[in-house]
Design a protein. Structure first.
Length: 514
């Protein structure tokens, strides 16, 4: 694995920007103010962790914002646009501390004066086994019931001690294998870095956390005429971009929320078979309209395909292969809509023996060695210590948005030079983001844990003026919502969310301009 221990956030941006073949000149438009140590060269920890979450936060959010600015330049370019205007990218700024707070946004909002509802169920978290530990994810009721059934406990059980007594009867990897591969559950063994590195999946992981590829479409029908955006509002970089987002929980919803902040028309498609997770859904619904479709239904699949025919982007964060199982993979969507961008968020990426496995941030932290390494750095003898935020989820979401913006840029350049239109596919995985975070190295000793705990934000009388600049209050159907502003600014534009959250499935399945 490559070492990036000396990387600054700007070097993170530069490496991934270059990997996505985006214009190098745009990097001169980027400003990344930080919080430095005495040397004025080393960024101080800004969140209690041995891992460089601040670097990841500032770097990935900056990539998504600069990507939106570059996509805008391609979307609004015409034959009469001068070469100097084509290359002019507005100043894009992301502050370090604000970026780190945005990696924790689902914990910082209030609704009707109350903090977010608890997402975790009663049995989730770390449990002992015969040879180590496993982590159980139980945010969704069907995963909780399945775990209890596998362990031979009643579906109504909420007794963590009873769950731990049953997990002790298993070896960690055996329980993981049966749970994930045979039962479709969300239970993973706790591993060290060394144990993770020995797995075939770790060896199959690519070095960089976002991949963009072009798919040539065989025998395409008459190409769809995509809307030009010369008339697009100057308030948002991505005004007029149509996005279908099929997702739940955090990572893919972060991507959709980010595109919406830059002006994209985002239709959030959720399954009627999954419950409302209000603690998360209220935060990540901002900027979107919410519809529900059951892709197992022929009628709803037809409605989805109708929307996809005039979409620019389809984002999906469900288990790999889910769209393909319904005849809706990138090639089929590309045949229906040449030039479409299909962005996939997965737990472990499109390659390797675990490519079809489901997973969540906390589970990937556990199985890939991050939690064990964090505990070792903290030095209190814990078996596991979770990161102070869902850093893999958030990093993956911003990288997915970045890959989408890169695909928009390349698609428009294809059209400009008269190249045949193909679909673009973006792949980002939680494990890939975890590998990249690991490659940034860890702070020395316990120094990383000197970072600020975001949960004290707002309690310090001397910081109320700063807090007021970071937060915004708007009316929603659930009451007044006080939420964190987007940490990226783009000169001449106004990244923000026009729409406030609504109940899942409460909107019409049509585009904004229809």
């Amino acid at each position: 694995m490559a070492s990036r221990a000396s990387f600054t956030p700007f070097e993170i941006v530069k490496e991934i920007w270059t990997h996505l073949d985006l214009p190098p000149s745009a990097l001169s438009s980027l400003s990344l103010p930080g919080i430095y140590g005495a040397s004025e060269q080393t960024l101080r920890p800004v969140i209690p962790s041995s891992f460089k979450i601040g670097h990841l936060a500032q770097g990935t959010i900056a990539l998504s914002a600069l990507g939106a600015a570059v996509a805008h330049s391609a979307l609004t370019c015409t034959a009469t646009t001068s070469s100097s205007d084509k290359s002019r990218i507005p100043r894009t700024t992301v502050s370090l501390r604000h970026a780190v707070l945005e990696f924790q946004c689902e914990r910082l909002y209030t609704l009707a004066g109350k903090p977010p509802a608890e997402t975790w169920g009663p049995i989730g978290g770390l449990h002992p086994t015969a040879d180590g530990h496993v982590r159980i994810h139980d945010a969704f009721p069907h995963h909780r019931k399945g775990a209890l059934q596998l362990l031979g406990l009643p579906e109504t059980c909420t007794d963590r001690a009873a769950v731990s007594e049953r997990t002790r009867r298993w070896k960690s990897v055996e329980l993981e294998t049966v749970a994930v591969e045979e039962k479709g559950l969300a239970i993973y063994a706790l591993r060290s870095f060394e144990e993770w590195d020995a797995t075939p999946q770790a060896r199959a992981m690519v070095d960089l956390p976002v991949r963009l590829r072009r798919v040539d479409i065989s025998s395409p029908p008459t190409p769809v005429i995509h809307r030009r955006r010369e008339e697009a509002s100057t308030q948002r970089c991505l005004s007029g971009l149509r996005v279908l987002e099929l997702s739940r929980v955090i990572a893919a919803p972060v991507a959709g929320k980010t595109l919406a902040a830059h002006g994209a028309d985002v239709l959030w498609v959720t399954s009627p078979h999954l419950p409302d997770l209000s603690g998360l859904d209220r935060e990540f619904a901002r900027g979107k309209r919410s519809i529900q479709l059951d892709l197992d239904s022929a009628n709803d699949r037809a409605r989805f395909l109708t929307l996809a025919r005039t979409a620019d982007v389809v984002v999906q964060g469900y288990r790999p292969g889910s769209l393909a199982a319904h005849g809706l993979d990138a090639e089929e969507l590309g045949k229906a809509n040449p030039g479409i961008i299909v962005a996939n968020l997965s737990a472990f990426g499109p390659e390797g023996p675990w490519k079809d496995r489901r997973g969540f941030d906390s589970l990937v932290q556990a199985c890939s060695g991050i939690n064990v390494a964090e505990a070792a750095a903290y030095g209190e003898g814990e078996a596991s210590r979770a990161l102070p935020c869902q850093a893999l989820d958030h990093g993956a979401g911003y990288l997915l948005a970045t890959g989408i913006c890169a695909a928009v840029y390349h698609r428009e350049k294809d059209r400009e030079i008269g190249r045949s239109v193909g679909a673009y596919v973006v792949d980002v995985s939680l494990a890939g983001v975890g590998k990249y975070l690991r490659s940034l190295g860890q702070f020395e000793g316990r120094s990383g844990f000197e970072g600020e705990d975001c949960t004290v934000l707002g309690r310090d009388e001397g910081r109320r003026e700063e807090e007021g600049a970071l937060f915004e209050t708007r009316h929603t159907q659930f009451g007044e919502m006080r939420f964190l502003r987007h940490s990226a600014s783009v000169d001449g534009f106004n990244p923000d969310w026009d729409r406030m959250p609504s109940l899942l499935g409460s909107d019409e399945a049509v585009w904004d301009d229809e």
